[in-house]
Design a protein around this ligand. Sequence first.
Ligand code: SAM
Length: 280
Amino acid sequence: MSAIDTLPPLREVIATHGLSAKKSLGQNFLLDLNLTAKIARQAGDLAQADVLEIGPGPGGLTRGLLSEGARRVLAVEKDARCLPALAEIADAYPGRLEVINGDALDIDPLAHLTPPIRIVANLPYNVGTELLVRWLTPRDWPPVWDSLTLMFQREVAERITAAPGSKAYGRLAILAQWRSEARIVMSLPPGAFTPPPKVSSAVVHLTALPEPRYPADAKRLEQVVARAFNQRRKMLRAALKGLAPDLEDRLIASGIAPTDRAEQVTLEQFCALARNIAQP
Ligand code: SAM
């Protein structure tokens, strides 16, 4: 495998800067730079884009993004121990890497970037899901970002991309697919990381659609979907009881049988129901 840059190998970087992985920060590092460059390529054309990277750690993915030609990378890292290693990368790519030491859940650096913006991250899974939900629910649509390329636990990746009728289908699938195109673009075994996590991982690439696939009020849709999947084993006439008067008529008018369960209902039908219950 060829070297992607002239910086030291990541094992050496980790040893030099004493970056032993901390479980509390969900640190499972990617040390294969050919693999990180491959992940960076999943994010599309980076030459014309500003990239927001969350959780760069020792900088494996950061180096992949820069070697693949990202116009500029803004990286947010909580662990201050990683800053010297990241500063070495910034020196090797003058004017193209800026690092903010902070918690990505507390700061929103998107305003500092110039569109088109692509977001790329290999994050602890709980933080990743929370940020995904925030990025998918901005005040206005289309969002400031063009695409999200995010590493998740395989099971979470399947929930994001799930189709109706499958066990993984639920709130996350509806939220992600209503206004984005979401697909799994890579699968990674535990052994791709150091230290290896317990489960497999997958990279999900989401592209923002210019407008929702079907019209609906975002809050109303979220309310209907949350209620429906909170009791996913129940028929919808029971799970949604009290949501609106004449519920069964509204379900039928939306193309949904009152005896259907949430996991059988398509995104289009959920949007139709959200529109219908908004009417008196
Ligand atoms: N991107 C690196 C890689 O692929 O090897 C590191 C990935 S490691 C799974 C997750 C990284 O996110 C760690 O460097 C960790 O310190 C950082 N991190 C964890 N929680 C964070 C948060 N709330 N905000 C910013 N960074 C965070």
